[in-house]
Design a protein around this ligand. Sequence first.
Ligand SMILES: O=C(O)CCC(=O)C(=O)O
Length: 274
Amino acid sequence: MRQLQCFDGRNALDWESVWAAFDEDGGLIVEHFIQPELLQRLQADFAPLIAAHRPGSATEGFWTGFHGTQTKRVTGLAGHSAAWCELLCDERYVAMGDRYLGKDEYWLNTAQLICIGPNEVPQLLHRDELNWPRARCEREITVTAIFALTDFTEANGATVLAPGSNHWPGALPETPTNATCRAVMPAGSALLYSGKIIHGGGENTTTNEWRVGLHAGFCAGWLRSEENHQLTVPLERARKMPERVQHLLGYRSYSPKKGGRLGLVDYDDAGALL
Ligand SMILES: O=C(O)CCC(=O)C(=O)O
C-alpha cells in the first residue's frame, strides 16, 4: 500500500523533496510542524469552543452525512484565537499557498476544527476542488493543511487518502480500498495536500477518543471561499490582525497580474478601509 512521504519539521525542510512529494503523491506529512508551545496555546484557545459545540451538521440532506453525525465542526476561528492567526503566518504554510495559488492571490477557504468522535463512520471520499466543479482545471485552485491537534491514529479517525489520485482522470473516479492510506501522525503535525487528491475523514472506532484536526485550506482569489470570514470576524477586530491574516480573511481585493481587480471598495483595494 502506497504511503504519503513524511518529513520532520524540527529540521529545515528540503523544499525540492517536499514539492516533489506534493506533486507526485498529492500530499505529504510534516511531523512536528507546530512548536509545542504554540500547540498548547491552540489547544487552550479551542477547548472551550469544542466543549460548547454539539456533533452533527446544521444542514440537512447530503451534508448531514458528509459532515458526520458524530463529528463536531467549529468555524469562525480567527476571531477567537491569536495563536491561530500566528500559525496562519507560518512561512512554510505561506510557501504552500504562494507556490500553488500565486503570492497574495488567494483567500483562506475555510478553517474549521474537525473533531471526529467515537463511533463516527468513514466520510465520503472526495476532492476539495469539487467545491467549485465548473472551475476545475489543470492547475491547483485549492490547497489545504490539516493540522493535528491531537494524535491521529488508525483507530480515532486519521484522514484517509489515495496517494497519486491527484493524477487520476475524471471528476471523482472510483477509489479501491487498497489504493488508500491513513495520515497517522502525532499532535503538532501537518498534512499538506492538493485539491485534487481523493481523501476523507477516517472512521473512529474508539469508544472515548476525539480526533481533533484543524482543517484549513486556501482557494484561488477568483473563487468564493467556503466560509464567510467577514461575517464572523468584524472589521474592528480585523483591523488589529496581522496584514496577511486580514488579506486571507478577504479584507483585501484580488489584483492578479493579468485581468481585472475583484472585491474593490470605491474602486480601491478593500485594504484602504482598514
Ligand atoms: O477530517 C478529515 O480528516 C478530512 C475532512 C475533509 O476532508 C472534509 O471534511 O472536507
